[in-house]
Design a binder for this molecule. Structure first.
Ligand code: ADP
Ligand code: MG
Length: 151
């Protein structure tokens, strides 16, 4: 189901993540698109909370994949901002995450778009300076990609 939500504070974006974390089904993959500092990690922290994960979620500079367990489902948090090439994804075993039983959230997913599964949910977060510093427009859309994946 496609929808657009507007938030006016980090807390609101976090809450939206919490809601998603409560509803998410095993194996769902979400891409997170939007400029640096737009709120992708804030949203992800909310998802972790919604899954019942207690750890602090952040975006470590040199870690592409962070795995959080101890919640209703495992959370695979990717931040591929600094990825050199897609082979790094193979090295960290992304397929076990994308096609596993947990929830995947991929910050900067555009950089590895060809690796995303056939079906995923694209979450786009955007600012709008005219609407204030803390305003964010969050778009959620289900994507069905045309892929020729060989396994
Ligand atoms: P990203 O992961 O996209 O680079 P972060 O989530 O790390 O961004 O940081 C987002 C920053 O924007 C935080 O400092 C947060 O407090 C701030 N912020 C202000 N308004 C909002 C909002 N409506 N939603 C999310 N974050 C917001
Ligand atoms: Mg981030």
């Amino acid at each position: 189901m496609n929808r657009t939500i507007e938030t006016y504070s980090p807390e609101e974006t976090f809450s939206l993540g919490v809601q998603l974390g409560k509803e998410a089904a095993p194996g769902q993959v979400y891409s997170l698109t939007g400029d640096l500092g737009v709120g992708k990690t804030v949203f992800t922290a909310g998802v972790a909370k919604g899954l019942g994960i207690e750890d602090v979620v952040n975006s470590p500079t040199f870690t592409i994949l962070q795995i959080y367990e101890g919640g209703r489902l495992p959370l695979y948090h990717f931040d591929v901002y600094r990825i050199g090439d897609v082979e790094e994804m193979e090295e960290i075993g992304y397929e076990d995450c994308f096609y596993g039983e947990g929830i995947c959230l991929v910050e900067w997913a555009d950089l590895i778009e060809e690796l995303l599964p056939e079906r995923y949910t694209r979450i786009t977060i955007a600012k709008n300076p005219e609407k204030g510093f803390d305003y964010r427009k969050i778009t959620v859309e289900d994507v069905l990609r045309k892929t020729e994946r060989r396994r």
